[in-house]
Design a protein around this ligand. Structure first.
Ligand code: CO
Ligand code: CO
Ligand code: CO
Length: 308
């Protein structure tokens, strides 16, 4: 028996052929509709298990709710959560609620993985192709939504993306066999890529033009919308990212955008990249794209090169 942790989930080995995967996540509402919020939060909580190539089995609700707010809202949040868990084949067995100034919802999740076959975020090899399975920009859209500056279509597009499970993407990658994976959440695409590169002691190169982006997001950034977390992400990349000359500030903001329930960033040997894309397509992951490569470390410090 033993334990090991990565950024995504903790793994606890029970025997030679079984290990538990444990993770917990919860946060305040990022969209107005309580049912949608429940769905998104559950998809997000399960994502860390999927990123490790595990199978989530059971979960417990974690709830914070104000005493003076209509209990019907809480019912809707939980209904959204249950329906998403059901879609994933996960049983919610119970949970705990505390009085809180602001609603919060999420799950503590338990899943399984074959010991030794879990996919970490540190296993990349030089020459690996990087594949991202969901478009980015949800942080900017939900922030615009809170300011009433995003149109309905864009918000419902972001909700669709955030509430989509990473289950079929995870199944595709375990079937093909990959070197590393992380799900894209609060640190944004470049923040999570930096962790992957640091974990593998490699550098990375990506092209902005290959990154899947939700249509209409750039217009919101042009109108001055950027979440605080996204700007902090961009700031913390300083010294680790070399931007192609002439890269616009707005492109930099987009590449740093803090995501909720983002896609999987998968590092796959070049010889299997086309097969993985095909498998993802077959599983309905139509927005997956190859965005760059992992390369040998050139200096002591990690460096991510971002081309236009
Ligand atoms: Co994660
Ligand atoms: Co997490
Ligand atoms: Co209790």
């Amino acid at each position: 028996m033993g334990t090991s942790t990565s950024d995504d989930a903790a793994v606890y080995k029970l025997s030679w052929d079984s290990a538990l995967v444990l993770t917990v996540d919860f946060f305040p509402p990022i969209v107005d509709d309580p049912f949608n919020f429940g769905e998104i939060s559950v998809a997000n909580s399960l994502s860390d298990v999927y990123a490790m190539g595990g199978t989530p089995l059971v979960a417990l609700n974690i709830v914070g709710f104000p005493s003076d707010l209509d209990k019907g809202i809480l019912t809707e949040i939980l209904k959204g959560g249950y329906s998403k868990a059901k879609e994933a084949g996960v049983l919610i067995l119970g949970g705990h609620t505390v009085v809180d100034a602001e609603p919060k919802y999420g799950l503590a999740v338990t899943g399984t993985v074959n010991p030794g076959s879990q996919i970490t975020n540190a296993g990349s090899k030089p020459g690996d192709i990087l594949i991202l399975t969901k478009p980015i920009g949800t942080g900017i859209i939900t922030t615009a939504g809170k300011q009433n500056k995003a149109d309905h279509y864009l918000i419902s597009e972001a909700i669709k993306i955030m509430s989509r499970l990473n289950k079929s993407a995870s199944e595709a990658m375990t079937r093909i066999g990959v070197n590393a994976c992380s799900d894209i959440t609060g640190f944004g695409l470049l923040g999570h890529l930096r962790e992957m590169a640091e974990g593998a002691k490699l550098d990375s190169e990506i092209s902005v033009s290959n990154v899947p982006i939700i249509e209409g997001v750039m217009e919101l950034i042009d109108r001055g919308i950027a979440p605080g977390g996204t700007l902090r992400n961009l700031e913390s990349l300083e010294g680790h990212v070399s931007w192609e000359e002439g890269m616009s500030e707005n492109s930099k903001i987009l590449m740093s955008d803090a995501q909720t329930s983002g896609g999987l960033l998968i590092s796959v040997p070049e010889s299997r990249a086309a097969d993985l894309i095909q498998e993802l397509e077959k599983n309905g992951e139509h927005q997956s794209k190859a965005i760059g490569t992992m390369v040998e470390r050139s200096e002591e410090m990690v460096s991510i090169k971002v081309n236009s």
